[in-house]
Design a protein around this ligand. Structure first.
Ligand code: ADP
Ligand code: MG
Length: 526
C-alpha cells in the first residue's frame, strides 16, 4: 500500500515545498508540536497550557472524556481556532497558522466529527470543492483518476460517482479521509472517527491508519475508547479538564491505569436494587410492529413495567428493540396489540399525548429524536415545558421563565459547555448533549422513562452520571425501561431483565441475575 500524490495541484494558493511532498520527513522525528497552548471561550478555559507532540510514523491517540478539550486542541492544530497562548511547530519549524488553508498547506489534514460534505455532490465533486479550483486545463477525468488511485492505494472501497448523501456513514468518512489525503496531508487528524462505525468498520479503518503511519504519516486518533488505544496506538496522550495529564506508550499501562488517568481516581460501579416497587405503569400486550422497510420485527410482545423498578431489555441488536422503542415513544405505529400508560390506553396516540400522560424518552439517536442542533440550549430545553404549560403556551411564550429554567437545569445537571442558554445545542459534546435531553425529560417528573442505549458513545464519567439519573427517577417512583445491547449495562442497572429475541420477550430474570443464563437465552432463541 502506498500513499500517492495525485496529479493535480491542490488549489489556487501558492504551493510550498512542504505541500508538494509532505511525506519527506518520514521517520525524521517530530511532525507536529503544540507547546503551552491555552484557549478560553467566554471566560471558560477549554485548554490550559497543553503540550502535545506527534512523531512521523506513529499512530498517536489523544484520549480523554467528553469535554476534556481534545477537539479544541486539534482545532488549534488544524488552524480553525487561534490559541490565546502557545506555539506550534510543524516538522521542527515554528509556524503561524492563520487559518485552515495555512494548516492544509503545511500538510495538516483534519477529519471532523461532523462531516463537512455537500450531500448532493459526489465524492469527486466534494474533493474538488475542498481543493479550490483545479489548475486550468485539469480535467474532471484526471482529478477522478487521481482520487481513484489514492483510494486504491489505501484500500478504500467508495463509489466516487454517487451523491455522498446516499453513501453509508463509513463511506462518507472515507470520502473525508480521501479529501485530506488528496490534499497532501502527511499529518492526519481523525476526531473520534469510530464513534459512528460498527466494530468491524472501526477495526478496518484503524488498521489502514496504522499502515499509513508505517509509510511515514503522522496519524492522530482522537478517542475516548481505551480498547482502540491499546490495539492501535503507538503512543497515547491523555487529556483531562483542558490539561495534558500523561503521555506514554500504551503498552506500558494497564486498562485500569489508563482509566484512572482519564477520569481521575474512580470507584467501580455497583448494582443498587430498587427499594419500593408498586403497580404497573406500562403494560404492553401482544404488540406487533414492522420496520421501515416493511419487515415485521415485533411478534406479539408482552411486557409489564412497574413503578419503582428498572426493567432492562437484553438482546442482540436487530431483534426489534428499535421498533419497540419507537412504538413506545409514539413515533411509529403499532401493527397490532395494546399499550397502556399509567392505566390509559395510548395505543393510537402520538408522542405529545403520551408525554402529557407522563412518558419521558431518552432516544438512542439523540441527534434525530433528541435535540435540534441548530436551536439553542434553552429552546431545546423549553420544548418539554411548552407542552406542559410550564413556560406559557405556544402562543405566549414566557421567555424569562425559559431562561431561568434552563440556567437552573444547566447547574443541576452539570451540563458543561453550555455557558449560556443561547448557545447552540450542536456545540455540546456527546455527554453534555445527553445530559440536556435528560434534564428536559426529567423536568416534569415522569411516571415512565424509556431509555434506549442512553450511554452509547459516552465516556466512563458521563455514563455513571446518566445511570445515577435513571436510578433517581426510579427511586422517585417512575418505572424505567432500559433497552441496551450492552449486557454489562443491563446487568448493572436492572431490577428485572427481559431477554428479547425475534420480536418477543423470551425469558425474564430477577436481579441478581445469572449472566450465563441470560447469555444462553439470548443466543438460544436467536
Ligand atoms: P472533547 O473534544 O474532548 O470532548 P471539546 O474540545 O469539544 O472536548 O470541548 C472542551 C470544552 O470547551 C467543552 O466544555 C466545550 O463545551 C467547550 N467548547 C468547545 N468548543 C466551543 C466553542 N466553540 N464555544 C464555546 N465552548 C466550546
Ligand atoms: Mg470532541
Amino acid at each position: 500500500m502506498t500513499v500517492r500524490r495525485p496529479g493535480f495541484a491542490p488549489g489556487r494558493h501558492p504551493v510550498s515545498d512542504e505541500a508538494i511532498n509532505p511525506m519527506d520527513g518520514a521517520a525524521m522525528g517530530m511532525a507536529l508540536e503544540l507547546l503551552g497552548v491555552s484557549k478560553t471561550f467566554d471566560g471558560f478555559q477549554a485548554l490550559a497550557k497543553a503540550d502535545f507532540a506527534v512523531e512521523t510514523g506513529e499512530v498517536h491517540a489523544l484520549l480523554g472524556e467528553n469535554g476534556a478539550g481534545k477537539s479544541t486542541l486539534m482545532n488549534v492544530a488544524a488552524g480553525l481556532y487561534r490559541p490565546d497562548q502557545g506555539r506550534i511547530r510543524v516538522r521542527g519549524r515554528e509556524v503561524e497558522l492563520s487559518g485552515p488553508v495555512a494548516a492544509r498547506h503545511l500538510g495538516i489534514g483534519m477529519v471532523y466529527q461532523h462531516y463537512k460534505l455537500v450531500k448532493a455532490f459526489n465524492a469527486v465533486e466534494n474533493i474538488l470543492l475542498a481543493q479550490g479550483a483545479p489548475r486550468y486545463g485539469t480535467g474532471l477525468a484526471e482529478v477522478e483518476a487521481a482520487i481513484r488511485a489514492q483510494s486504491e492505494a489505501v484500500g478504500f472501497a467508495v463509489d466516487l460517482r454517487r451523491p455522498v448523501g446516499s453513501l453509508s456513514v463509513a463511506e462518507q468518512q472515507r470520502v473525508e479521509i480521501l479529501k485530506v489525503l488528496v490534499a497532501g496531508a502527511g499529518i492526519l487528524i481523525l476526531d473520534e472517527p469510530t464513534a459512528v462505525l460498527t466494530d468491524r468498520e472501526a477495526e478496518a479503518l484503524l488498521t489502514t491508519m496504522q499502515a499509513l503511519a508505517r509509510q511515514g504519516a503522522a496519524v492522530i486518533l482522537v478517542t475516548h475508547k481505551l480498547g482502540e488505544v491499546q490495539r492501535h496506538a503507538d503512543r497515547v496522550t491523555v487529556m483531562r479538564g483542558g490539561r495534558i495529564v500523561a503521555s506514554a506508550d500504551p503498552a506500558s499501562l494497564t486498562a485500569a491505569e489508563l482509566t484512572t488517568l482519564v477520569v481521575g481516581a474512580t470507584a467501580n460501579p455497583v448494582h443498587c436494587p430498587a427499594t419500593r416497587i408498586e403497580g404497573p405503569v406500562l403494560a404492553v400486550e401482544d404488540l406487533a410492529g414492522t420496520r421501515s422497510d416493511g419487515l415485521q420485527t415485533l411478534h406479539g410482545l408482552n411486557l409489564t413495567i412497574r413503578a419503582g423498578e428498572i426493567y432492562g431489555i437484553a438482546g442482540v441488536g436487530g431483534n426489534g428493540q428499535t421498533e419497540l422503542a419507537e412504538i413506545l415513544m409514539g413515533v411509529r405505529r403499532a401493527g397490532a396489540g395494546r399499550i397502556a400508560l399509567a392505566g390509559d390506553d395510548v395505543t393510537g396516540t402520538g408522542p405529545k399525548l403520551r408525554r402529557a400522560r407522563g412518558l419521558a424518552a431518552i432516544p438512542a439517536d439523540r441527534q434525530v429524536y433528541g435535540l435540534a442542533g441548530d436551536l439553542s440550549v434553552a429552546e431545546n430545553y423549553a420544548v418539554g415545558g411548552l407542552t406542559s404549560g410550564r413556560f406559557g403556551g405556544w402562543l405566549r411564550v414566557d421567555r424569562a421563565a425559559i431562561r431561568a429554567g434552563t440556567e437552573a437545569a444547566i447547574a443541576a445537571f452539570d451540563i458543561r459547555g453550555a455557558r449560556s442558554p443561547r448557545q447552540k445545542a450542536s456545540l455540546l459534546s456527546g455527554g453534555n448533549a445527553q445530559k440536556l435531553v435528560i434534564a428536559r425529560e426529567f423536568a416534569g417528573r415522569p411516571r415512565f422513562v424509556l431509555a434506549h442505549s442512553p450511554a452509547r458513545g459516552l465516556d466512563v464519567r458521563a455514563t455513571a452520571d446518566i445511570h445515577r439519573r435513571l436510578r433517581e427517577a426510579r427511586d422517585a417512583g417512575a418505572g424505567v425501561l432500559l433497552i441496551s445491547e450492552d449486557l454489562d449495562e443491563v446487568m448493572l442497572m436492572s431490577d428485572r431483565i427481559g431477554v428479547m429475541s425475534r420480536g418477543r420477550i423470551v425469558g425474564e430474570f430477577d436481579a441478581p441475575a445469572d449472566r450465563q443464563a441470560i447469555g444462553v437465552a439470548m443466543v438460544h432463541h436467536a
